[in-house]
Design a binder for this molecule. Structure first.
Ligand SMILES: [Zn+2]
Length: 375
């Protein structure tokens, strides 16, 4: 996902004098649940998602909707390697059915970077996003991957992620808790694969943009792409399937830990209310397993509201940004998401609290929120 992983990884460096315990059998990347699996959701609707939800470098969920003349995808995978695996899963599970359209929920790399491989398999597919997302993906400065083949830039991307593997290995050796040791060791297994997956990654702009609503009609499975307001980014698309009563949220909803980079706190709350009001039978989050009730959505709303209000109070009391971050107390709320797991607690702070407080601070001060992954 993150252009900013390097930063968060480096911020996460913690030294310890404890020696690592010996393990009888090392788990593999497949045991970690990194690779995508196919899951049927409703009539003609499936999701392709990582077998386990949390990874240092995650891959966004891909929803597959079967219409009479082909398949509509929501998102495309997180890298060319991921895109190739997704093409294989589609061909295996929906043989002979072409992909006719891909709707990208937002610009963060873990959602659009499989698009090139999907278009190699189905070159005539429509590519669609909100106008704001289309603008981000049209700007080479937005992403760390080039818009056209560039061997020098590509070599840098691959080398960077290989370097993360070494960093994870070193940090695993020094980690204090078993959970953190296991987490860093999983990172050391993940990044060599991710570096390979990212080889040749290009940022491709979608051809079509929409501002409020775009419908891809069909008798059995009409698809409505909607912009309900700014939330996780300034251009999040939500996809509603009125016949199957499935709603696809992109990273407006992410499990097990919400992502707060470049988010719009009060608008995000309003969008979550609008998503709840659809009363969908199935919610497909941007990451994690599909949900059949709105308990998780309510927990995220409560978290956003409480955090935003704490930051607002800090601004009113004249605290500076650093003091406002230090004043945030989310212990009770955070444990809902992390279950007290020290590894998830670390990433809850890095992926949600730290970046969200930056956004809430700017909102309270009336300053513009910058679209960034923190890198
Ligand atoms: Zn994502």
């Amino acid at each position: 996902m993150f252009a900013g992983t390097r930063r968060t990884l480096l911020l996460g460096a913690g030294a310890s004098l404890l020696a690592p315990p010996a393990f009888a059998a090392e788990p593999t990347l497949a045991d970690d649940g990194y690779f995508e699996v196919w899951e049927e959701l409703a009539a003609g609707v499936a999701v392709i998602r990582q077998a386990k939800p949390f990874h240092l470098q995650p891959i966004g969920n891909v929803t597959v909707i079967e219409q009479s003349d082909g398949l509509v995808l929501v998102d495309s995978g997180g890298s060319p390697g991921s895109g190739r695996r997704i093409v294989k899963l589609i061909r295996g599970n929906r043989p002979g059915r072409p992909v006719k359209a891909v709707i990208l929920t937002h610009w963060h790399g873990d959602h659009p970077l499989g698009l090139g491989e999907i278009l190699k398999a189905w070159p005539d597919a429509r590519t669609i996003a909100t106008e704001a997302t289309k603008a981000h993906l049209s700007d080479p400065k937005t992403m760390n991957t080039p818009a056209a083949p560039d061997s020098e830039a590509n070599a840098k991307v691959v080398a960077k992620f290989k370097g993360f593997a070494a960093y994870c290995r070193d940090t695993a050796a020094k980690a204090e808790s078993a959970a953190e040791k296991a987490g860093w060791a999983a990172g050391a297994r993940l990044f060599p694969q991710y570096a390979q997956d990212m080889d040749g990654a290009l940022t491709l702009a979608p051809r079509e943009g929409f501002t409020e609503r775009l419908v891809i009609d069909d008798a059995a499975a009409p698809v409505e792409a909607l912009f309900l307001g700014r939330a996780n980014t300034d251009g999040d698309a939500v996809v509603w399937l009125p016949r199957q009563r499935v709603i696809v949220t992109g990273d407006i909803l992410v499990a097990p830990i919400p992502f707060g980079f470049g988010s719009y706190p009060s608008d995000w709350l309003a969008v979550l209310r609008r998503i709840r009001d659809f009363q969908a039978d199935v919610l497909v989050p941007g990451h994690g397993a599909p949900m059949r009730d709105d308990r998780y959505l309510s927990a995220v709303r409560a978290l956003i509201e409480a955090t935003r209000d704490q930051v607002k109070a800090s601004v009113a009391a004249g605290l500076d940004a650093q003091q406002a971050r230090a004043a945030v107390t989310l212990d009770a709320g955070a444990s809902t998401f992390t279950g007290g797991d020290p590894w998830l607690k670390r990433w809850f702070a890095s992926y949600f609290t730290d970046p969200f407080v930056v956004s809430a601070w700017k909102e309270a001060k009336g300053e513009p929120i910058v679209q960034s992954l923190g890198g």
